[in-house]
Ligand binder design. Structure first.
Ligand code: GLC
Length: 734
């Protein structure tokens, strides 16, 4: 926390909190639970109920004409959510902002004064770097705090069950161990800044089509071994103060009124002490409180303020016990104490855009994935003629849409898009180009080269420009957004034809993808290089240029499988489309826990690019794998940089067989920077739940006795060395 003592004094003075003497809950030496207990004793029923529901803080704005300044809801600083505090008791208001990629604009470009756009979380996932996730959380949490917010609605960890999902760019890929581990660190970083993070969207909100009324069907064991495992690991790693339940149904009960998910799994099995807030407009009854919901968010979007008078009335009639109300209040207050909202209230402080921009750049440099390199990369700085084509590369880099949309602190190009999605985020109809142009950054690194830019709108013109050049760099883009999935895996707007024409004109062509999901590449054999930059963030142009010219070694590895086409998917046709609000269903039992690479392995399918795949400008070797169960299950091995350039290896460890039966699960990974010729010895500890089956009847994890094969690999499809170990039977509580 970068705070001066003066700022702290100012903060404390501003909150005018009661002195400790007559407010024992202000004593930081007490535990969060003890402080909450002491405070609750002072609350009357109306005050308790007032803490259980909140508004979308730009609510009236969406009734007014777009572009108006947001109306002032007394006490709210604006943005996504506001729950009034109780100043006389020192309870701060909850000032809530989105989102998962930095301090977002609550879908309102006109209002936001700017923040640092972080790259898509797919870049963070591709880094396979928990320390980077923590650092990214620090940056996001710090900017939220400095803007006056004490809740950042970040921490999304829904798995990529469908590579057409509109919000996959906000999440961390298809594997529960990778996603849950990184999300936990992201949350820990945010909360270290005394800002509440919200693990979301609990659960199975894995696509956007008909998200308000799609019923996710999945058996218990599969659920626990996939999406729920990601949430469980994130809770263990990051202790999120809050969990946001999702819009959709799960096994025919709305997620925010789902007794099994919220009470049985989250609060009983996982002993979760924090509070469950709803998504905005996701509450259907006051009785959702009985199912485990603790707070109604964005009440403006519900049929009524269920957690206001209806909740109070239900207590009076005995339909909802007072004890439940007290528990709801306790969960909120103890989590506010635990995160420091009472002791370290936000102090409006200028944001260090330069430092945070460099942090975003570093994240993108670690998360960009080099997918093909036929001796064309890295570019040399004395390349005479370089053509740059498409992707608005002369202006900036693409970002994703919806509640996570961050508006940078410098003027950004807003592009009209051709879609209006459903509901809240449907109003967000413009794509934001983060203004760090790859073209300018490339010119900076190769000042003697001649550059020509072509927007890529006409294949013939683009081909003409390509003919002139020694090397061509095409930027291909695919905009994704909350509230809408994409119908297929193709690049839109004729980009495939343009790439084909350019590659035909000049085979020394590199394609840089700015996408929020996997895409098909019909031109793959005709180009010399491909890299996936995801949504590159506020310094994305510099990050991409640094990798193109070898200033930084590419070290990203795919956090999601790139299919050849939709026929390889569990649901070739996306479910829930054109449902017009009717309840539809998505049968996740088709793949069960075999999400992504596990589905491909179980069916012997060969994807375009496998999970975990990523090239470097150097090369690495893995050796000397040793498995041990002496002090918990560990895998030790050596990683060597066998090339001539510095780089970062990402060895992956997979469970590949159990008692001879083939399986495939990521059970360990590490990111190891290595100088040329350097070797490091690595030891990974393996969580036994990753080897286990969830026993729904016994409600625990079962590790069967027998032989386990664990393989070192550079991707889910590239196994290097396998070892095996015999393990005794074990049962592990959830
Ligand atoms: C949404 C999103 C959620 C966001 C909330 C507030 O519709 O699903 O992720 O935090 O509204 O904007």
């Amino acid at each position: 926390m970068r705070l001066t003592t003066g700022a702290v004094a100012l903060a404390l003075a501003l909150t005018a909190a009661p002195a400790c003497a007559d407010a024992p809950w202000m004593n930081p030496a007490l535990s969060p639970d003890a402080r909450a207990d002491a405070l609750e004793a002072k609350l009357d029923e109306a005050q308790k109920i007032s803490l259980l529901h909140g508004r979308f803080a730009l609510a009236a704005y969406y009734g007014a004409f777009a572009g108006d300044a947001p109306p002032s809801i007394p006490g709210a600083i604006g943005s996504s959510g506001y729950v009034p505090g109780i100043p006389a008791l020192g309870i701060p208001a909850l000032q809530e902002t989105d989102g998962g990629l930095g301090v977002s604009d609550a879908m309102d470009e006109a209002w936001n004064t700017g923040a640092t756009p972080l790259p898509a979380n797919l870049a963070l996932a591709a880094s396979f770097d928990p320390a980077l996730a923590r650092a990214t959380g620090d940056v996001a949490g710090q900017e939220a705090w400095r803007r006056g917010f004490n809740v950042l609605l970040a921490g999304g960890v829904n798995l990529t069950r469908d590579p057409r999902g509109g919000r996959n760019f906000e999440y961390l890929g298809e594997d529960p161990y990778l996603a849950g581990t990184l999300d936990g660190q992201l949350i820990a970083g945010i909360q270290a800044q005394h800002v509440v993070a919200t693990l979301k969207h609990f659960a199975f909100n894995d696509k956007e089509s008909n998200r308000y009324a799609d019923d996710a069907l999945i058996d218990e064991a599969s659920a626990r071994e996939s999406d729920l495992l990601a949430f469980e690991l994130a809770i263990e790693g990051g202790a999120p103060a809050s969990v946001m339940c999702a819009y959709n149904l799960v096994n025919s009960a709305y997620a925010c009124g789902n007794d099994h998910l919220l009470n049985d799994v989250l609060k009983h099995d996982w002993r979760y002490p924090g509070w469950v807030m709803s998504d905005w407009g996701a509450v259907h009854s006051a009785k959702d409180a009985l199912a485990g919901l603790d707070q109604e968010s964005g009440e403006d979007y519900d049929a009524q303020v269920f957690f206001g008078t209806p909740l109070a009335d239900a207590v009076k009639t005995g339909e909802i016990p007072q004890a439940r109300i007290d528990d709801m209040v306790h969960r909120i207050l103890r989590s506010m104490f635990a995160t420091g909202l009472f002791d370290h209230p936000p102090v409006k402080t200028p944001i260090d855009y330069q430092a945070d921009g460099l942090a975003a750049q570093h994240e993108e440099e670690e998360g960009l994935v080099l997918m093909k390199n036929d001796n064309i990369l890295p570019l040399t700085k004395d390349t005479p003629r370089i053509a740059v084509i498409g992707g608005y590369a002369n202006v900036g880099v693409l970002s994703g849409g919806g509640s996570s949309q961050v508006i940078p602190d410098v003027p950004a190009q807003l592009l009209p898009t051709v879609f209006m999605g459903e509901g809240l985020a449907g109003n967000h109809t413009r794509a934001v180009i983060d203004p760090d142009a790859p073209l300018a950054a490339m010119r900076d690194l190769a000042p003697n080269a001649q550059f020509r830019f072509d927007p890529g709108n006409y294949p013939s013109a683009a081909a003409q420009t390509a003919k002139w050049a020694d090397v061509v760099v095409i930027f291909a883009r695919k905009w994704q957004t909350e509230s809408q999935d994409v119908p297929d895996l193709t690049l839109p707007d004729g980009q495939d034809a343009m790439i084909e024409a350019v590659a035909k004109a000049n085979p020394h062509t590199i394609v840089v993808l700015e996408t929020g999901n996997p895409v098909q590449m019909p031109w793959l054999n005709d180009v010399a290089g491909v890299m996936e930059a995801w949504y590159p963030g506020g310094n994305g142009g510099h990050a991409i240029a640094n990798i193109l010219f070898g200033v930084v070694d590419p070290s990203g590895h795919l956090p999601m499988t790139f299919p050849r086409d939709e026929t390889q998917l569990p649901r070739p046709i996306l479910s829930g489309q054109d449902a017009a609000g009717q309840v539809t269903s998505t049968d996740y039992n088709i793949e069960g826990a075999d999400v992504g690479y596990r589905w491909f392995a179980a069916r012997g399918l060969s994807p375009l690019f496998p999970f975990g795949f990523g090239l470097s400008y150097t090369s690495f070797g893995f050796s000397h794998l040793v498995l041990s169960d002496q002090h918990g299950l560990t895998a030790s091995f050596d990683v060597a940089n066998t090339g001539k350039l510095p780089g970062a290896a990402v060895p992956q460890l997979y469970l590949t067989a159990r008692n001879g039966a083939h399986t495939l699960r990521l059970v360990g990974f590490s990111r190891i920077p290595l100088a040329p010729g350097e070797t490091q010895h690595v030891t990974l500890t393996i969580d036994p739940r990753l080897l286990a089956d969830f026993d729904a009847k016994a409600d625990d994890w079962q590790v069967a006795a027998g032989s386990y094969s664990l393989s070192l690999a550079s991707s889910a499809a590239d196994i290097d060395e396998t070892g095996s170990i015999s393990l005794p039977a074990a049962r592990i509580a959830p």
